[in-house]
Write a protein that binds this ligand. Sequence first.
Ligand code: CO8
Length: 259
Amino acid sequence: MAYQNLLSEVKDNILYIVINREKALNALNKETLQELADVIAFAEKNEEVRGVILTGAGEKAFVAGADIKEFSNYNGTQGEELARKGQENVFNAIENSSKLFIAAINGFALGGGLELAMACHIRIAADNAKLGLPEVTLGLIPGYGGTQRLTQLVGKGKAIELITTANAISAVEAEKIGLVNYTVPQADLINKAREILDIVKQRAPLAISAAIQAVNASINTDHGFETEIKAFGKCFETDDFKEGVTAFVEKRPAKFSGK
Ligand code: CO8
């Protein structure tokens, strides 16, 4: 699929998505959000795709936020609609995807950019990255799930501090508080993300999907344990379970079909 604001490529079962508006520090305008929604839907239904690496073009920014230049004419109803649509089609769609999404944070991840990274299942930051939610400097608050996901990831005290001060933090600080999984030199960023997906690719696809949904249920529902029980039971009905156990008994690597 050809996009105006994204580069995308499937290679060795990994979908690479690059947000490609380098001159605007990869800010999320409406078109980019729509293209992201489309490429996420593509990843979900394409069996070849076993994981996704999401990054920004250039070495300066992952995403410097929603496109502020589009904001000036919005009223309350439009603001609410945009937040709802974006959350449903992009941010929640990533979080609830059956494919593992890794954000490779190659620079500024601010506002909607940090929200995008937080919607991903794993975050890896380059050592030059700066992360923050500066919305209150614009008279706004985060609208793409940032108040919820930051609190889930780092706890209420740190989330309130970061959101109300609007201070951006370094990758090292972000790793210290659990906001990113790893900090690596910029040159190693994609390799580190690929290294993780190369492991995940060898695991049973339906089990990966079930694990993501069960972990999500621990924070987004009040029935996480029940979700786990049901998902655990369903795993026994998969070919992948039979293959996994047979391969173990036969002392060979499993060859999962995702069925
Ligand atoms: N939107 C639009 N354009 C941007 C954005 C942005 N978020 N960030 C940077 N740009 C543009 C600049 O305007 C500039 O363009 P131009 O060359 O045409 O003037 C270009 O990118 C380069 O930026 P700078 O010259 O500012 O680069 P600096 O190195 O001096 O500064 C910063 C880099 C610190 C990242 C600075 O650009 C900055 O502060 N950007 C804004 C960061 C921000 O406030 N982000 C939060 C936006 S609000 C948000 O994300 C809300 C999400 C929820 C929305 C929910 C519903 C809609």
